[in-house]
Design a protein around this ligand. Sequence first.
Ligand code: AMP
Length: 204
Amino acid sequence: MLGPQGSGKGTQAERLCAFFGAPHIEIGEMIRAEIAAGTELGHDLQRYNDRGELVPDAIVLGAVKPLVAQARSWILDGFPRTMAQAETLDALLTGENADLDGVIGLEAPDDVLIARLAGRRYSEATGKLYHLTANPPPPDDPGPFVQRADDTPENIKRRLQIYHTETEPLMTYYAERGLLHRVNAAASVDDVYGAILTALLAID
Ligand code: AMP
C-alpha cells in the first residue's frame, strides 16, 4: 500500500487483511511498539518519529526482511517508503522466486490529508488508529484515544514533504512495471475499500 499520511493505508490494509486472510505488515506500528516498550532501539526510533522523519533504511529493512520471508502473502503497509527500500524488497522477492501481485497507490490532495490527520486518534489500549468522524472507535475499544505524537501540524507538513520527495517517486517505479493501481483516497472509507478490492480481484 503506497500513499501519503492520512490517505487511509492502515484502515484499508486492516480490512484487506481480514478479507484475504493475509498478515498485515505495518512498519509504523512496529516502530511505535518498540518506542512504547522503552528499549534502547525504541529510544533511537523516537527521535525520528517525534520529528516526523523517516527511520534509516537499515533499521526498517532489518525488521521487515524476516516478516516478508516468513509468509507467502501479506499486505505491506508503510513499506517501501524510499527507492532503496523498494529495490531491497525486489531483491528479496527475486531471491524467493516471488513477485508483488500489485501495488495500491492511494492519492489525495494535501489539504484533504491535513484535515484528516487533525481528526486522527490513536487507541492507547489497542494501538488502532481511528478518525473522530470518518472512522470512529467501535464500542469494544476502551481507549483512551489520543493524538499521535507525530500528528502535530508542523510534523504533518514535514511528513508530507518527505512523502512527496522520497516516497511518491515509487508510484512511477511501480507504474512502469504495470503493478500500480491508483485509487482516489479522498473518497469515503467504504468507497476506497471497494475500489481497492475491485483492483485486486481483477489481478490474474
Ligand atoms: P506511519 O504510521 O506509517 O505513518 O509511520 C510512522 C513513522 O514511522 C514514520 O513517520 C517514520 O518515522 C516511521 N516509518 C514508518 N515506515 C517507515 C519506512 N518504511 N521507512 C522509514 N521510516 C518509516
